[in-house]
Design a binder for this molecule. Structure first.
Ligand code: THU
Length: 167
């Protein structure tokens, strides 16, 4: 039998801002990214040699940082973004998170493309964005090259899972 149901095609798209270089960012964003750069230098990444730094700006003006923390038992390590966002959640549980700046470097090659958060980190940051009901702006950078800005975490995690499913 012929199925006459018409499936709907829905397009999900989002805008990003691409800056040619770090110098094009606002002063405030440059300062935040500088803190993320400093954080990446303190990453503990003896296995991958890939060092990531993240700086979270809160609505009260405070900045908290994170860097990736690896482990000889590989899955026990944690990405910079989750270290930073959990740090923010632990230190300022009731303060809105405004921006997270993320940057990566490697001891093996020059990272010239923006470092994007992995799926687990997107899910972790999404939890806080959903909780606060306000978008978290995301700045992504390698060591050099373009800087990408996303306007919210939800943009880069469409159809994300959240606590509304947990009745
Ligand atoms: N890493 C991060 O810190 N953030 C990401 O979003 C992707 C990967 C870290 C985890 C690990 O220490 C190293 O980079 C290589 O995967």
């Amino acid at each position: 039998m012929l199925n006459c149901n018409m499936a709907k095609q829905v397009n999900i798209s989002f805008d990003i801002t691409v800056y040619d270089s770090f110098e094009e960012l606002s002063q405030a964003d440059q300062m935040l990214m500088q803190i993320a750069i400093k954080a990446r230098q303190k990453a503990y990444a003896p296995y991958s040699k890939f060092q990531v730094g993240a700086a979270v700006l809160l609505e009260n003006g405070e900045v908290v940082i994170g860097s990736n923390q690896e482990n000889a038992s590989y899955p026990s390590g944690l990405c910079a973004e989750r270290v930073a966002i959990f740090h923010a959640g632990a230190k300022y549980p009731d303060v809105t998170i405004s921006v997270i700046a993320i940057t990566a470097t490697s001891k093996k090659y020059e990272v010239t493309t923006p470092a994007a958060p992995c799926g687990n980190c997107r899910q972790a940051i999404f939890e806080y964005e959903f909780k606060q009901g306000l978008p978290i702006r995301i700045l992504l950078m390698g060591e050099s090259g373009n800087v990408v800005q996303c306007n919210s975490l939800e943009d880069i995690l469409p159809l994300g899972f959240n606590n509304t499913f947990l009745k």
